[in-house]
Design a protein around this ligand. Structure first.
Ligand code: ZN
Ligand code: ZN
Length: 350
């Protein structure tokens, strides 16, 4: 089969023929129909995530959807021909977190594209398939679903479960990339008023198209002052979708007293996971600073119902389709922060 193989960090991917994955008794093999290219793939390709470094060679890709091609002898919940998506936060299904419906923080977590070969290939093997494969409704196209294994579901969990956004609240979203745009659409659908913050005008225009009622260009004005002015005192919830020093601190300072600051964006290499935060603001304002990671499988039914009914539209964020060889161009755009929306691989033959 064809696959885009990460053989060396920060070097061109090798699109080449590799052996098809082998089936395990509790696993399933998926014929990949669509796989998004996410900034996490880019981080993995750069080799800059302590704790998330893939052993090489590795086939990346963690936003995959497809059709079940084969199932192991112990798999009973999914069958050949089923349409499925794979959450990038795969659980073992047996630890306390998984049993409690919180598989996104599973003690023995696995991740396609990081701990096992992912969806930048014609076929992918998913371990513990009964637990980790999510049935995809007929009404949801594969291209639409590909972002739901990572960026869209991450935003859904961060906005609704962790941020607990309610109708009428003000929500500021820092970073109008894939996760940020998803968060804007989801918070808007939940009845919130969303302020999008980015340094690029074209991304802010995109943010307005998916629901933002106001935009702030943090390259030309102080975003904290702007958010406080628009909201008359501060956002109820702020989401940092990027994880760099400037957005993390500004997002935190944008919330009102007793507000919630949701951290979704992970830090980049230079920060090594450590960014100073405004401790005194957190204390004096009783601000909740909340980490959010992926989404547990228990939240998929609600998300899928909203997508199938058309209330949430992850397909609106898809700006392009490409083939395996096209990943390198998207990585270049990510390096330059010029990538817009979500690009999905739909051709796995070259
Ligand atoms: Zn991702
Ligand atoms: Zn678990």
């Amino acid at each position: 089969m064809k696959a885009a193989v990460l053989e060396e960090f920060n070097a061109p991917l090798n699109v080449t023929d590799v052996p098809e994955p082998e089936l395990t008794v509790d696993g399933a093999i998926i014929r990949v129909k669509a796989c998004g290219i996410c900034r996490s793939d880019w981080h993995g390709w750069k080799g800059e995530w302590t704790g998330f470094l893939a052993p090489l060679p590795m086939i990346g890709g963690h936003e995959m959807s497809g059709v079940v091609e084969a199932v192991g002898a112990n798999v009973h919940q999914v069958k050949v021909g089923d349409r499925v998506i794979v959450p990038f936060t795969c659980g073992d299904g047996t630890c306390q977190a998984c049993i409690s419906g919180e598989s996104n923080v599973c003690a023995n977590q696995t991740m396609p594209g990081f701990t096992y070969n992912g969806g930048f290939a014609e076929f992918a093997h998913v371990p513990n398939a009964d637990f980790n494969l999510i049935a995809l409704p007929e009404a949801v196209a594969f291209e639409q679903a590909s972002g739901m294994g990572c960026r869209f579901m991450t935003a859904y969990h961060g906005v609704l479960s962790v941020g607990a956004v309610r109708p009428g609240e003000w929500v500021s979203v820092y970073g109008a990339g894939g996760v940020g745009l998803s968060a804007i659409q989801i918070a808007t659908a939940a009845g919130a008023n969303v302020i999008a913050v980015d340094i690029q005008e074209d991304k802010l225009e995109f943010a307005q198209r998916v629901g933002a009622v106001a935009t702030v260009n943090s390259g030309s004005e102080d975003p904290v002052e702007a958010v406080r002015e628009i909201t008359k005192g501060g956002a109820d919830v702020s989401v940092d979708a990027l994880g760099i020093n400037a957005t993390l601190l500004s997002s935190l300072r944008s919330v009102r007293r007793k507000g919630r600051a949701v951290q979704i964006g992970m830090t980049a290499m230079g920060d090594k996971g450590l960014i100073p935060i405004a401790v005194n603001d957190i204390i004096a304002g009783e601000i909740a600073y909340l980490g959010s990671f992926g989404m547990p499988r228990s939240e998929y039914p609600n998300l899928l119902n909203q997508v199938a009914s058309g209330k949430l539209r992850p397909g609106d964020l898809v700006t392009g389709e490409t083939d395996l060889s096209g990943i390198v161009d998207i990585y270049d755009e990510m390096s330059n922060f010029t990538v817009k929306g979500v690009t999905v691989i739909t051709d796995f033959t070259k």
